[in-house]
Design a protein around this ligand. Structure first.
Ligand SMILES: C[S@@+](CC[C@H](N)C(=O)[O-])C[C@H]1O[C@@H](n2cnc3c(N)ncnc32)[C@H](O)[C@@H]1O
Length: 258
């Protein structure tokens, strides 16, 4: 079989780059699989359990509201979702408004709510301020968050020197959030870290992911100046089960004293 030319590689990736241009919300993601031991927790199931005992819920950085609408299925009570990316806020509104959820276009770390308002705060893969979360939680309330480790997809930096070091950008939030919750008077009831590996089916799917997370490689130009580096990444990271990348994550559940 003859080697693929640069032009053929560009045409192979083009449909995925074009599809990513229409991305909003946080669904229609390419398939990925965890290799090795799965996460020892299930964020959505735990959130559903906590919702069953709650009467007011805040979801920080809801994306398009896709996950919150699953979590709240069958419940009707005061719920608010924040979203700071202007493109996602209307998508979240369309998903969540029919469920009676107020969607607020606001920064993750400056919550637009009064003190002691919610007895459950959820946050999956969006930033948070532990002090602000503690402020809006009612006495006895719970915060549940799942986050990606800053060195998630760390292999990308081997091929793209300009990709920011996420530890420098965000700090060690696994440590900082635990300390922040404790300093704000919350008790840590569950803290677990998982070092995983995720496989995407092929380079084109991973390029789609890179396009929809524009903070990973600033000025990403997959069909132009970045094409050669992408093909090098593909050659190095392709395994029998797909394109494999590190994917560390953690969960923290903390409770405000009653
Ligand atoms: C990864 S999303 C997670 C959303 C949701 N909590 C979930 O679990 O599906 C976290 C945040 O990333 C931000 N975000 C998502 N796509 C973005 C984009 N293309 N550009 C800038 N920010 C984006 C949004 O502000 C969003 O709240």
């Amino acid at each position: 079989m003859s080697a693929e030319t640069l032009e053929q590689a560009r045409e192979r990736l083009r449909p995925h780059v074009e599809a990513a241009q229409g991305f909003s919300g946080w669904s229609d993601m390419p398939r990925s699989r965890e290799i090795g031991a799965p996460k020892p927790w299930d964020y959505i199931s735990r959130a559903i359990e906590l919702v069953s005992g709650a009467s007011s819920v805040l979801d920080i950085g809801t994306g398009g509201g896709e996950r919150l609408s699953r979590i709240l299925e069958g419940y009707r009570f005061r719920a608010v979702a924040t979203e700071e990316w202007h493109v996602n806020a209307p998508v979240a509104n369309a998903h969540l408004r029919p469920l009676g959820v107020d969607v607020v276009w606001s920064a993750d770390e400056q919550l637009p709510s009064k003190d002691s308002t919610f007895d459950l705060v959820l946050d999956r893969h969006s930033a948070l301020s532990p002090r602000d979360v503690a402020r809006v939680l009612s006495p006895g309330g719970t915060v549940l968050t799942q986050q990606l480790q800053p060195d998630h997809w760390r292999e990308v930096r081997d091929f793209f020197a300009r990709a920011p070091d996420q530890f420098e950008m965000w700090g060690n939030h696994f440590e900082n959030y635990q300390r922040g919750f404790s300093d704000a008077g919350l008790a840590l009831v569950d803290v677990r870290l998982h070092e995983g590996t995720t496989a995407y089916d092929n380079l084109a799917d991973f390029v789609y992911m890179l396009c929809i997370t524009p903070w990973t490689i600033p000025g990403f130009d997959p069909l132009g100046t970045d094409l050669k580096a992408l093909l090098e990444l593909e050659a190095k990271l392709t395994t029998p089960v797909g394109l494999a990348l590190s994917n560390g994550s953690y969960i923290i559940e903390a409770r405000k004293p009653g």
